[in-house]
Every structure is written in C-alpha cells, then in structure tokens.
Design a protein around this ligand. Structure first.
Ligand SMILES: *[C@@H]1O[C@H](CO)[C@@H](O)[C@H](O)[C@H]1NC(C)=O
Ligand SMILES: *[C@@H]1O[C@H](CO)[C@@H](O)[C@H](O)[C@H]1NC(C)=O
Length: 294
C-alpha cells in the first residue's frame, strides 16, 4: 500500500517541477526595443543576443519604424507610429512587457507611456536618453545644423517649423527658457513644465510601470549635459541641477518623485561608454539591464 503513495508524491513533485520550468521559460516577458536618432533596429542585434543568452525564449521585438533619417520626424508623430506597432504586442502579452529605449527613442517611449491608457509595461529602461533635454552641439547636431552654433539653434527650434523636427522637440536652451516653454510642444509638456489638460492622465499612465531604470555616463559624448540621462540639466549659468532639485521633481509634476519615493527608480552611471556603445556593452547590460528583464 505504501509504494503507490510514494510514487504519487514523486509524480506530483515531478509535475510541479516540470510546470515550474515551463512557467519560467514562458514567464519571460517580451522585450520591445525602440531605437534612437539616426539609427534603426540593426544597431541592437548585440543587445538582442545578450537578452537571448541570459533569458532564453524571450521574444525580443526591435521596432523597425522611423529609422535613420526618418528619425527626424516630429516626436508626437513617431509616438503615434510606434503605438500602432507596440500596442498589439502588449495586448498579446498577458503578463506585460519590458521596454528598452535608446537615446531619442526614450522620449518616444515617454510619449507612448503617457498616452497609452492601458499599457502593461513592467520595466521601463532608458539607455542614455535626454530626459531633461539637450543643449550641446555634438556631431549629431552638426550633421543637421552644420553652420549653427548651439546658442543660435533656438532661433530655428523654437518656431512652429522647428517643432516639426524631432531634435527641436527636446532642444532645451537654458538661456532662452521663456521661448522654450512657449513653443516646446513635446518635452515641456511631458515633463510637466507647462500646464495642460492631460497632465493628470499622463502621470497616472506613467505610474503604472513597475520600475524605471535610468542609465547614462560622463563619457557619452552626445547627450549634453550627460546628466540629462538621469533627469539632471543646466540652469541659466550652465551649472547642473540634479533631478531631485528640479522644479518638476519637487512638485512631482509627472510622477517621477512618486516612483523615486516608492523605490521604483534605479540609476546606473557607467564611465568609459561612448553614446553609440551603450547597447553593445556587456558590462552595461549585465550590471544594469539584465535583472530587470524577468
Ligand atoms: C490631450 O488629449 C486629447 C485627447 O487624447 C488630445 O486631443 C489633446 O491634444 C491633448 N492635449 C495635449 C496638450 O496634448
Ligand atoms: C563598457 O562599459 C564599461 C563600464 O561599465 C567601460 O568601462 C568600458 O570601457 C566599456 N567598453 C566599451 C567598449 O565601451
């Protein structure tokens, strides 16, 4: 009489283990990758390999939209485009997804999360994204404005025409703040720097994520100031004001302070990483991305 009972226990244990294993391989949430300015999905093959190696069976989607020169399209337009690509993936992932967004793509993702009332993003990972704006005449800028000094860019960017170019949507000239607030149709709204009707809804939507991961570093070379990747930015004297001293943080204008107080905001600073290397660096991946993709 004893034997079958033991056998049954073994059987139950075995199936529990098996079930556990099935759950774990199926349990990896899909990962969606959104590229940055002047690049496309192809630049993220290495990142995909890192993810597949560490979490076998994960579905990794690299969205092939607004690549290369088309990444200059206005950001709200890009948000709409990415929404159509990303939404069906979210809907088919009952357990939610993770979102990794690089550089300018981080701003597209901010727009997505703000305006998608039923998104199911768990980890929102921002890889060297100019979250508090950009004010620097790096190689990227010279490509688009070969003859303009950074102190002059606002003359183009802070116009209706300028706001039709993605870079201008997050160009933040610390010496022309009034014009910025008046014309910025993207960043100033997202960061709650200007009042608008949707701010409460956008804030609630952002707060549905589980974790916000910010990654950046001093040797980036493109994001200026580099602290913008961690929500820091220049004041009018071009001194850095850290995230915690930013007006919109103190006022919790778009939910950042809430995430921080809940312990759901993680920051990683890596030295020695050039802008174009963030997504291909295994140290960066294993130290700051990997654990958030479960
Ligand atoms: C707020 O949302 C509505 C509907 O989604 C939209 O028509 C409107 O343009 C939005 N307002 C702002 C300031 O973005
Ligand atoms: C990778 O990242 C580490 C910092 O985490 C850095 O020291 C190293 O220089 C980087 N390597 C490359 C090739 O970018």
């Amino acid at each position: 009489m004893k034997q079958p009972v033991v056998a049954n226990i073994y059987l139950a244990l075995a199936s529990a283990l098996l079930l556990h294993c099935v759950c774990r391989t199926e349990g990896h949430r899909p990962v969606i990758i959104v590229h940055g300015l002047f690049d496309g999905p192809r630049q993220f093959e290495t990142l995909k390999l890192f993810i597949m190696k560490s979490h076998p069976g994960t579905h990794v989607y690299m969205i092939d939209l607004y690549d290369y020169i088309f990444s200059l399209a206005p950001l709200w337009k890009q948000v709409e485009g990415f929404k159509h690509a990303v939404y069906p993936i979210m809907q088919s992932a009952s357990d939610g997804i993770h979102l990794i967004c690089f550089s300018q793509g981080g701003l597209v993702c901010r727009g997505l999360l703000a305006t998608l009332d039923d998104h199911n993003v768990h980890s929102f990972i921002l890889l060297s994204s100019p979250m508090a704006g950009q004010y620097g005449d790096t190689a990227y800028l010279r490509y688009f404005f070969p003859k303009l000094l950074k102190s002059e860019v606002y003359r183009f960017c802070y116009t209706t025409l300028g706001q039709k170019v993605s870079i201008c949507n997050y160009w933040k000239d610390p010496h022309n703040q009034e014009k910025y607030l008046k014309t910025s149709s993207f960043l100033a709204q997202l960061n709650g720097e200007t009042a608008h009707h949707n701010i409460t809804r956008w804030r609630e939507n952002l707060l549905r994520i589980k974790t916000l991961v910010l990654i950046g570093g001093p040797d980036d070379g493109v994001i200026t100031p580099w602290q913008s990747s961690l929500f820091g930015f220049y004041d009018e004297n071009e001194n850095i004001v850290e995230m915690k001293d930013q007006d919109w943080f103190v006022k919790d204008a778009f939910g950042l302070k809430t995430l921080y107080l809940q312990g759901d905001l993680k920051k990683y600073i890596h030295s020695g990483v050039l802008h174009t290397q963030w997504h291909s660096n295994s140290t960066v991946y294993y130290e700051s991305i990997d654990e958030w993709l479960t």
